[in-house]
Design a binder for this molecule. Structure first.
Ligand code: HEM
Length: 316
């Protein structure tokens, strides 16, 4: 969006808390049929808490949009130059070729969707990538060796770019397996718009159907030894059954940010592994995973970043 929120500093603590609390409250509602009817939900303290949290979130988003609107009004709309494109927010704020402009409300909704759908998911996914590197040292070794081999066999540009990333085949398999094993979005839903048959059952229009993405990723009928972390499963000949691997969901509402997310996760993994070896803080500790809007670890993810010996650091 072109605005650094400094979200990890105290200044925006209220926003961070509101963001996490609203996620918890929404997930509670999603998974409790007693809270389904608006007329009942509105009577609960959860509803007023949710309203309070959403007010904080909308407030910050509105400030960001307004601030940028004012900036563009004073400085003119940016044009795309060279490799640097416009930010997402600037694109929304720029009138289309036909002169159409989005309303303030529309823009805020879009910004909200992207922030809510893109930030916590990618952060969680990246935490599980780092955890898996530490938990499975042989996987970390393979990813690291691949990095070293690529460096030896070709001249690398100063920055890792999209084409360069295509060479990291094992890293790709590893991240695919991370996203299966730690299903970042464990549950999603769809509403039937007409009478719909799923297997033996027929659902009338207007029914919400929950889809257990975590269960799908750990179903032994779809993945051999699903509780084993094995990146190479994605390199095997056996093709995946359609719609069995859905870390980014599927169909018309498949994640719009999936390519971007994969790209930044790969870049971050490479950059971190260049400098550090990852080790579990307590090798005896097992993660206690909790389903929320995104998969959470009850006690956090406790890792040690061990600085690599200077001689093993890859110079890009
Ligand atoms: C590893 C990171 C990510 C994961 C695991 C993930 C997962 C998902 C999933 C499962 C859905 C579909 C939900 C459903 O079908 O009900 C979704 C939708 C969406 N995601 Fe992502 N996402 C990630 C990163 C991102 C990023 C970085 C962005 C934005 C830059 C983004 C933007 C969106 C949007 C806008 C939607 C809604 C699409 C629609 O309804 O048409 N996501 N994501």
């Amino acid at each position: 969006m072109g605005r650094n929120l400094q979200i990890q500093l105290n200044e925006n603590e209220a926003y961070t808390q509101a963001f996490h609390r609203s996620n918890e409250l929404l997930f509670q509602r999603m998974t409790n049929p007693l809270l389904f009817l608006d007329i009942i939900y509105r009577l609960t303290p959860m509803y007023s808490e949710l309203k309070k949290s959403l007010k904080i979130i909308h407030g910050l988003m509105s400030d960001i949009v307004r601030e940028r609107q004012n900036y563009l009004a004073t400085n003119g709309h940016a044009t795309t130059t060279g490799k640097i494109g416009k930010t997402f927010l600037d694109t929304l704020l720029t009138p289309t070729n036909t002169g159409k402009v989005f309303s303030f409300q529309d823009i805020r909704e879009e910004v909200n969707t992207f922030v809510l759908a893109g930030v916590d998911t990618t952060t969680s996914a990246m935490c599980y990538v780092l955890y898996a590197l530490a938990k499975y040292p042989q996987e970390q070794q393979k990813v690291f060796e691949e990095m070293q081999n690529i460096q030896q066999s070709s001249k690398l540009p100063a920055n890792v770019d999209f084409n360069e990333l295509q060479k990291y085949k094992y890293l790709d398999l590893f991240i695919k397996e991370c996203l299966r094993f730690y299903t970042v979005v464990p549950l999603t839903g769809r509403q039937t718009t007409s009478s719909t048959r799923i297997g033996e059952r027929v659902y009338p229009a207007g029914v919400t159907v929950w889809i257990n993405l975590y269960g799908l990723a750990h179903d032994p009928h779809l993945f051999e030894d699903p509780d084993e972390f094995r990146s190479l499963r994605f390199a095997e000949e056996k093709s995946l059954i359609a719609f069995s691997y859905l870390p980014f969901s599927g169909g018309p509402h498949i994640c719009i940010g999936r390519k971007y997310a994969l790209m930044i996760m790969k870049i971050m993994t490479i950059k971190i592994l260049e400098q550090f070896q990852l080790v579990l803080a307590d090798p005896q500790e097992n993660l206690i995973l909790m389903a929320e809007m995104v998969l959470k670890s009850k006690n956090g993810i406790n890792l040690i970043f061990k600085e690599r010996e200077k001689s093993s650091i890859i110079n890009y």
